[in-house]
Structure formats: structure tokens, C-alpha cells
Design a protein around this ligand. Structure first.
Ligand SMILES: [Zn+2]
Length: 370
């Protein structure tokens, strides 16, 4: 059986990961590896971080009665709390928890629908609650094949992680996004009132566990921890890489750049914005991004060709100059003439390879293109 949970975030302590952790602790049966799935970042009523959770249960349908009671006592009360956000400019929706239970894993298509666009409810199984059933079911439907892991610990009181432990964990083979390389700031502790002490990411479950234990030793008191299999850094939200030629470039107040009237490079997108500013008409690019309200929000961009026409360079190394209309070019030094008035030469982009947002601005789902 597959159990899913979503949308229990709230201002006063509700956090879907913690609610799920407590549910797992209370379960009267065995269960598999807990899973955390991030879904489409633009979902209309998404909660903070847009994380949904699921787990395989090793039990029979008698669990339904137990879940009924647990739902009423511990989860249904979380409805209607306004969640807080990392992005304060976003309209916030009250949480609307949902829980789903399926005897067999739902078709994987439900996961893809929910990670790449606005999904809706699916039929079947046993379902509790409201809006959160969409994400809960999508998480159950995830295959888990392309995965990373995150160790999450919850705090008892204050949020404090030692710099020393963070340094140890950052140096471990297999952890990622522990620190922002630009300013050395830690990236594992959230801000705001949420009950998470830290979340540490790794490419294997073993490393996530090792890192979690190290961080717990060096932090203020925690109430528990869990290692989740996740779809973070999978790139699953991106359908494909697009190719295009730059036709127009518009730079808005605040430094945002719009290419070809619909490809958007936000000013805070670091290298992406830097590269977009540098581009010129005729350049060939490849890009990835999410479409929202008719605009592509860039998450990666790469120059595949950029050339300019220049006067040829003479054998002596001096650039030739035009002798006037229809007259060819001539070296100003040794006076050698040439009829090739223009040559194409490559412009060298300020970022070679894929430009991506700075690590603290990247989506949980974003895959490293390097
Ligand atoms: Zn010359």
C-alpha cells in the first residue's frame, strides 16, 4: 500500500515533513523508505517549497480505520492555517491537508503531470482532506528511480548548527549544496519559524545519514530526524532543452532581460542574467526553463554560437581598414591590400557552458548542468 501526505504547512509549526515524521512514528505497521517529492513550482495553491511525502506501507486494509482516527486527531486540524513563504511577494493560500492511500502504486503519469504542470485530483484509493490530495497522490506515483537523499532533523527550540559540523559535512564525498560557494554561507538551515533544524542533501542514503548524525552532534537540541529519498536535483520539472536564435533583447528597469519577447532572465539569476545581457541578435542559444503566464523563466542557458563580422587581420597582426566604398581593405602598416572585406570571428561568452542561477536561488528540483 502507498500512503501520501501533502499541504499541512502552517504558520504555527505545521510543516509537512514533521507531520509526516510523526505519522510514521505512530504507525502500527512496518513501512519502507520515506520519500519527499517536490512538485511543479507554479502550482496555484502550492505550499512553501511545494513538498509532498509518501511511503510504502507493509500492511493490509485494516490500516484504513487507524488512518481515519489519526487523520481526525492529528492532521485535519491543520486546515486553514496560512503558510509562510520564502518568497513574501507570493499570494499565500491557507493549508488544505490531504492524505491518500492506494493498494497499488498509482500510474507514474500522475507524478509527471504534477511535476511539470498544474495537476488535479486522481480517482481511487482512500483519500482524506482537500487540495493536498493532489500532491499526496503524485508523490505515491513517483517511481523514485532518479533520486537524491535529504536528511532532515527537527528542532526542539532554537535553530543552531555548528560551523564545525557544517564544514565536516560539506567536505564529505557525496553531499551537495551545503554552502554557497560565493559567500561561504550555510544553505542547510531554513529561515523563518518552521520546525526544521536543517536539511542536508546527498547523492546516497548512507551519506545523508552520516551527514545528519554529524550535524545533530553539532547543533542545538533536535526532536528527531529522518532520511528521505527525494526527486530534488533530478531536473524532472524540465521537459526538454530548447534551441533558438536571439532576435530581440530588451533590458527592463531593475536589470531583468527579455529575449525574443518571452524568455525571461531575472536580475537575481546571476550568471544567467549576465549571459543574457551579453547576448546579441543572431546568437544561437540553448536554454531550459519553466513557462508561466506566457513567459519562460530561465533556469539554464548556454551559447552555442556567437559571431561578429570584423575586418581581416593582416599577416603582420594589424587589423586592416577599409579604403572606402567598394575598394576593399588595406593594412595601415604594410599597405597590403585584400578583397575579403569582412571575416567572421567568434565572440567569447562571459560564461562558458551552461549558466545557472546562484545556488541559493536554484529550485529544489534543479539539476546541475555542469
Ligand atoms: Zn600588415
Amino acid at each position: 500500500m502507498w500512503l501520501g501526505l501533502d499541504d499541512t504547512d502552517s504558520l504555527d509549526g505545521g510543516c509537512t515533513t514533521l507531520v509526516f515524521h510523526q505519522l510514521l512514528d505512530a504507525l502500527p505497521c512496518d513501512y519502507g523508505e520515506p520519500r519527499l517529492t517536490r512538485l511543479w513550482p507554479f502550482a496555484a495553491q502550492r505550499t512553501r517549497g511545494n513538498a509532498s511525502l509518501s511511503v510504502e506501507l507493509f500492511c493490509d486494509e485494516s490500516i484504513i480505520k487507524w488512518l481515519d482516527e489519526y487523520w481526525i486527531k492529528h492532521i485535519s486540524l491543520l486546515k486553514g492555517e496560512i503558510s509562510h513563504s520564502e518568497h513574501s511577494d507570493r499570494k499565500q493560500y491557507p493549508s488544505d491537508p490531504g492524505m491518500t492511500l492506494f493498494v497499488t502504486k498509482p500510474d507514474e503519469i500522475h507524478y509527471w503531470n504534477a511535476v511539470r504542470g498544474e495537476a488535479t485530483f486522481i480517482e481511487g484509493g482512500h483519500q482524506w482532506g482537500g487540495q493536498g490530495r493532489i500532491g499526496a497522490a503524485a508523490s505515491c506515483a513517483w517511481s523514485g528511480d532518479v533520486a537524491t537523499w535529504e536528511g532532515i532533523a527537527w528542532r526542539k527550540g532554537e535553530r543552531r548548527v555548528s560551523e564545525e559540523s557544517l564544514t565536516t559535512v560539506d567536505a564529505m564525498e557525496g553531499t551537495f549544496l551545503c554552502r554557497d560557494p560565493r559567500n561561504n554561507r550555510g544553505l542547510i538551515a531554513p529561515r523563518g519559524p518552521c520546525p526544521v533544524m536543517f536539511g542536508v542533501r546527498a547523492t546516497s542514503s548512507d551519506v545523508a545519514l552520516m551527514a545528519t548524525k554529524e550535524l545533530i552532534n553539532g547543533s542545538a537540541e533536535t526532536t528527531g530526524y529522518r532520511i528521505f529519498r527525494t526527486n530534488q536535483a533530478s531536473g524532472d520539472h524540465i521537459q526538454s532543452i530548447h534551441k533558438t536564435t536571439v532576435g530581440t533583447k530588451e533590458i527592463l528597469n531593475g536589470g531583468h532581460v527579455i529575449l525574443n519577447n518571452n524568455i525571461l532572465a531575472f536580475s537575481e539569476s546571476g550568471d544567467i542574467n549576465k549571459l543574457a545581457q551579453w547576448l546579441t541578435e543572431g546568437d544561437s542559444i540553448e536554454y531550459i526553463g519553466l513557462e508561466f503566464e506566457g513567459k519562460i523563466h530561465l533556469e539554464g542557458i548556454r551559447v552555442t554560437q556567437s559571431q561578429i563580422l570584423e575586418r581581416p587581420v593582416c599577416e603582420c597582426g594589424t587589423r586592416m581598414k577599409s579604403m572606402g566604398k567598394g575598394q576593399g581593405v588595406r593594412c595601415p602598416k604594410c599597405k597590403i591590400k585584400s578583397l575579403d572585406k569582412w571575416v567572421e570571428s567568434d565572440r567569447i561568452p562571459p560564461i562558458s557552458g551552461w549558466a545557472q542561477p546562484p545556488v541559493d536561488k536554484r529550485r529544489h528540483l534543479a539539476k546541475s548542468m555542469a
